[in-house]
Write a protein that binds this ligand. Structure first.
Ligand SMILES: Cc1cc2nc3c(=O)[nH]c(=O)nc-3n(C[C@H](O)[C@H](O)[C@H](O)COP(=O)(O)OP(=O)(O)OC[C@H]3O[C@@H](n4cnc5c(N)ncnc54)[C@H](O)[C@@H]3O)c2cc1C
Length: 487
């Protein structure tokens, strides 16, 4: 039986291990942490449960697909509910917009709230749907690095829509061309943060992202986001995958330009026919592949943004809040300039509050809520000092107090904090980037590392730092593309 090893048990590592075992490989996963999931984990803080990382779940069918591949019914193990309110948006001037997920309701409600003709939203969302349909099979679901993929009919179809792909415009320019209301432009610019990018630089093609939320829908797994990790690990084990935790990999072993296994920090060597690397691509080359020529242009790509997160147990319930809530900065452009150019958290940040206890009552004690409070932040370019975190905390509280007309501080029963340095430490993500490389140029997608090595045979890559990019759905695509390259 052929052997495969997977370095790391992030969502892409888990998915790759399931696909490899399903292909008949004797598969072993080596994980540096004592737990699986990488960024997709959870923890308990007194009586409050928190998902530590991702909170927005789209395209659940990509998780279901893994169960189906193994001839299992996903509903026997993994369930999720549709979320009807995509997000509640708040502005400092008192405007509140409860954004329905369903596109027609969204357009109608947005027209009422912002005095913008409904047809503008209808046109925008149907264009997002078209963009997704045209570009997803090429940019997201298959390798950009296999010449034969360029000869497919999907590529010709995309070329016929090349102008609509808006590769020469920024997201902000596209959004300004559709809407006159600055709040709606800001709302749609926010989708750049779904892959850690800057809407004032990211290409217009990314205006397809709202289709995921308002066309395909948003979901919450029963039991919280962490269930994705737990159920995929269990599925992998049922397929015969063996996991070893507390097992950091030190080196990828090669012979005559072929990967032949791995060496653990402990010194143990594990030989394999295929090596799958789920570690971030930058440390993978700098540490595991020392001595091999690295693709410097790819590794030096600008990193995506990171985040500063406060996990607060809140001893009160807020009727006006839902699962996803956004409190917008007044000057959005200044916030992105601050993050990407000055490498600082903006003094008036956009604050995201995620509250799973709205749907999962057991996540907080009665009368209380579990608040995951996140602001966009630059990666770690020289350390996050306690004073920087303190200042951000003060600014967040100032904003929440003013919009919610309440004093939040005395309601915070317990707290923990995760900053970009902590994200890098826990997952090896270079500079604590949430999504690998940023998509701040039209060519960024082409510069991401392929899902295989063209220099070292039998070496494959999956995860948020390689093609097609970060976020749960794209990581699941990356695992599929990586395993498909074995064909
Ligand atoms: C705060 C936050 C919020 C986010 N929000 C969302 C969201 O709402 N929706 C969404 O879709 N995405 C979101 N993301 C992004 C999403 O979490 C990631 O894109 C995705 O989880 C990355 O998965 P991955 O497979 O690349 O592996 P990672 O999660 O990065 O895990 C890599 C694993 O490899 C292990 N590893 C690394 N090096 C070694 C080694 N040498 N030896 C052994 N093991 C090693 C690490 O310990 C880790 O477990 C968010 C991320 C964060 C941090």
């Amino acid at each position: 039986m052929k052997k495969a090893v997977v370095i790391g048990s992030g969502i892409a590592g888990l998915a790759a291990s399931i696909r490899l075992a399903n292909k008949g490989f004797n598969t072993r996963v080596f994980e540096a942490n004592r737990y699986p999931g990488g960024k997709l984990t959870a923890f308990q803080q007194d009586d409050y449960r928190f998902d530590a990382g991702p909170s927005l779940f789209t395209l659940p069918k990509l998780v279901d697909e893994l169960f189906e591949l193994c001839n299992e019914n996903p509903r026997d193990y993994f369930n999720y509910q549709a979320i009807n309110t995509a997000c509640v948006y708040f502005w400092d001037d008192g405007t509140v917009f409860n954004a329905p997920s369903q596109p027609d309701d969204f357009a109608r409600r947005a027209a009422e709230t912002f005095n913008e003709p409904k047809k503008n939203m209808d046109n925008y969302l149907s264009r997002a749907e078209r963009l997704y349909r045209v570009s997803s099979p090429i940019f997201l679901e298959s390798s950009l690095h296999k010449p034969q993929n360029y000869l497919r009919k999907e590529v010709l179809f995309a070329l016929s829509h090349i102008r609509e792909l808006a590769l020469t415009q920024t997201m902000n320019q596209v959004n300004e061309s559709f809407f006159s209301e600055p709040k709606l432009i800001q709302l749609f610019n926010r989708y750049a943060t779904y892959n850690g990018s800057n809407p004032y630089k990211a290409p217009g093609v990314l205006t397809m992202i709202p289709h995921l939320e308002h066309g395909k829908g948003t979901w919450l797994p029963k039991g919280g986001m962490h269930e994705i990790t737990l159920q995929l690990k269990a599925l992998a084990e049922r397929q015969g995958v063996k996991f070893q935790f507390n097992a950091p990999v030190k080196r990828i072993l090669t012979q005559e330009r072929k990967a032949v296994g791995i060496e653990l920090q402990s010194g143990a060597e594990i030989l394999a026919d295929k090596v799958f690397c789920n570690m971030d691509i930058v440390p993978a080359y700098r540490k595991l592949l020392r001595g091999h020529k690295a693709p410097e242009k790819t590794l030096n790509q600008e990193r995506s943004g990171s985040a500063l997160i406060f996990y607060w147990g809140i001893k009160k319930q807020f009727k006006q809040l839902d699962l996803h809530n956004i409190f917008f900065a007044n000057d959005y452009k200044a916030e992105f300039d601050s993050i990407f150019d000055q490498k600082q958290i903006h003094h008036d940040p956009t604050v995201y509050v995620n509250i799973t206890s709205k749907y999962e009552k057991r996540d907080a004690p009665p009368g209380c809520e579990n608040w995951f409070v996140m602001v966009n932040a630059p990666g770690d370019y020289g350390g996050y000092l306690p004073a920087m975190i303190d200042e951000a905390r003060k600014n967040i509280i100032k904003k929440l107090n003013s919009v919610l007309q309440i004093d939040i501080e005395p309601l915070i029963e317990n707290e923990s904090i995760l900053d970009p340095t902590g994200i890098e430490k826990k997952t090896s993500s270079y500079r604590g980037a949430l999504y690998g490389a940023a998509s701040n140029t039209a060519t960024a997608a082409f510069l991401r590392h392929p899902n295989f090595s063209s220099k070292i045979k039998n070496l494959h890559f999956c995860g948020g730092s390689v093609h097609p990019g970060g976020g749960i759905p794209l990581c699941l695509h990356s695992a599929k593309i990586a395993v498909d390259t074995l064909k």
